[in-house]
Design a protein around this ligand. Structure first.
Ligand SMILES: [Ca+2]
Ligand SMILES: [Ca+2]
Ligand SMILES: [Ca+2]
Length: 161
């Protein structure tokens, strides 16, 4: 009997750290969206950037808003915000894995949260169980051991080429 092939070819630790940072952007966006309409105005954007440790001047914020506001409604949606802020980030192999997972959920919209074990099954050996535990914990805001499927879809979308 020969040993089984290694399940995961890549080291995802750095990618997972980036994922955690991206998730903190999602959380900051929601925290500063006081009226919960899914849109951020200039003042709110300034607050978000400060909370992420990137203080921006009023003119820098205005410039970011202009760059990021793809549909020109004067606000940033979460998708626009992530597009703007992830342009210089790389998720490496993890981006493809998340996109695989996100595609699998397209037909299964009643699934609100995903656990590490569920993600591991879905990725069919593309990541180790430990990677999946780390991925979910980097996205698990309330610490109940599961991550929001909608958030994963939004993040995966932001890293589509
Ligand atoms: Ca708002
Ligand atoms: Ca917009
Ligand atoms: Ca959770």
């Amino acid at each position: 009997m020969s040993p089984p092939p290694p399940a995961a070819p890549s080291n995802l630790a750095g990618d997972i750290e980036t994922l955690g940072y991206v998730n903190s952007m999602v959380e900051a966006f929601r925290a500063f969206d006081a009226d919960d309409d899914g849109l951020i105005n200039r003042d709110e954007l300034k607050g978000i950037m400060a909370s992420l440790g990137n203080s921006a001047s009023a003119s820098e914020v205005a410039e970011m808003m202009k760059q990021g506001d793809a549909d020109g409604d004067g606000f940033l949606s979460l998708e626009e915000f992530l597009e703007l802020n992830t342009a210089e980030l790389e998720l490496g192999d993890l981006a493809g894995l998340l996109q695989t997972a996100a595609a699998a959920w397209d037909d299964d919209d009643d699934e609100g949260e995903v656990t590490a074990a569920e993600l591991y099954q879905l990725l069919l050996g593309g990541a180790t169980m430990q990677d999946c535990v780390d991925i979910i914990s980097s996205l698990d805001v309330d610490g109940d051991g599961a991550a929001d499927v909608e958030d994963i879809k939004i993040i995966a979308q932001a890293f589509l080429d």
